[in-house]
Design a protein around this ligand. Structure first.
Ligand code: IPE
Ligand code: IPE
Ligand code: MG
Length: 246
């Protein structure tokens, strides 16, 4: 049995989320500009998406650009936005072939017009695919997401659409960008940083965390399977004790 088949036969996360980090350092190590790292990160995205689809993972969410990343030098931000547009265009084929539905979370409207347009187009053209849901977090920040959910709920309370006593976790879920997606089961971060950087704070409440030193452009199928193997060896107790499980 191949390693992929072995992993596939075990317990898999329903929702896998990844903080794709280390593009800049990967390029720097090679004496290149940071944008060279971003360009090389695209093939790691493709490989990861294809492997996740092969494993029949239901939901894959990728952190591609944070609300804080707007503070980077303009040239880098511009390159990232251009790369987003060209990648979406190129990868539509990969998405279609693998029956993947594209979704986006974040303050998507704040992206340049061309990126918004391309994103909408690919989302539309893949909306009937019923395999994996691939969610791109773009101009995403968990605090911004929670703030806008609170605002929306506050307005509904003010207009007597909902009473405050009725607000529960499921209603909060419905007001987040991730409405309709299950909680994250496994969160991977590459590049040896041990932080969350404002990603899916609400949704990772009980996620298993996996950190690897590998820089994102080097992250391949082997690394992904390694992370999934680690996930399969963990006991998720959700507050209970071992004896209560199963
Ligand atoms: C991740 O790589 C990609 C984005 C945040 C857009 P970085 O660009 O953060 O690379 P490092 O962490 O500086 O090496
Ligand atoms: C997190 O990486 C954002 C993305 C991967 C898109 P950063 O490189 O921006 O995070 P920090 O600044 O090191 O925490
Ligand atoms: Mg980084």
């Amino acid at each position: 049995m191949s390693k992929l088949e072995e992993i596939k036969s075990g317990r898999l996360p329903q929702h896998l989320a990844i903080i794709m980090d280390g593009n800049g350092r990967w390029a720097k190590e090679r004496g290149k500009l940071r944008v060279f790292g971003h360009q090389n990160g695209v093939q790691a995205v493709r490989q990861t998406v294809e492997t996740a689809a092969k494993l029949q993972i239901g939901y894959l969410t990728l952190y591609a650009f944070s609300t804080e990343n707007w503070k980077r030098p303009k040239m880098e931000v511009d390159t990232l936005m251009r790369l987003l547009v060209t990648s979406l265009r190129k990868e539509l084929k990969t998405l279609t072939e693998n029956n993947i539905r594209l979704n986006a979370i974040g303050c998507v409207e704040s992206l340049p017009g061309k990126a918004v347009q391309e994103l909408r187009e690919v989302i539309k053209r893949t909306e009937n695919n019923d395999g994996m849901t691939l969610t791109l977090a773009l101009s995403y920040g968990a605090r911004e997401e929670i703030t806008s959910a609170v605002k929306a709920l506050g307005t509904k309370v003010k207009n007597s659409i909902i009473s405050p006593e009725k607000i529960d976790e499921s209603i909060i879920n419905d007001h987040l960008y991730t409405r309709g997606l299950p909680d994250v089961d496994l969160l991977i971060r590459t590049s040896g940083e041990y932080r969350i950087s404002n990603f899916l704070l609400w949704q990772i409440a009980y996620a298993e965390l996996y950190f690897t030193d590998v820089f994102w452009p080097d992250f391949n199928e082997e690394h992904l399977l390694e992370a999934l193997k680690s996930y399969q060896n963990r006991e998720r107790r959700f507050g209970k004790i071992s004896e209560q499980l199963n």
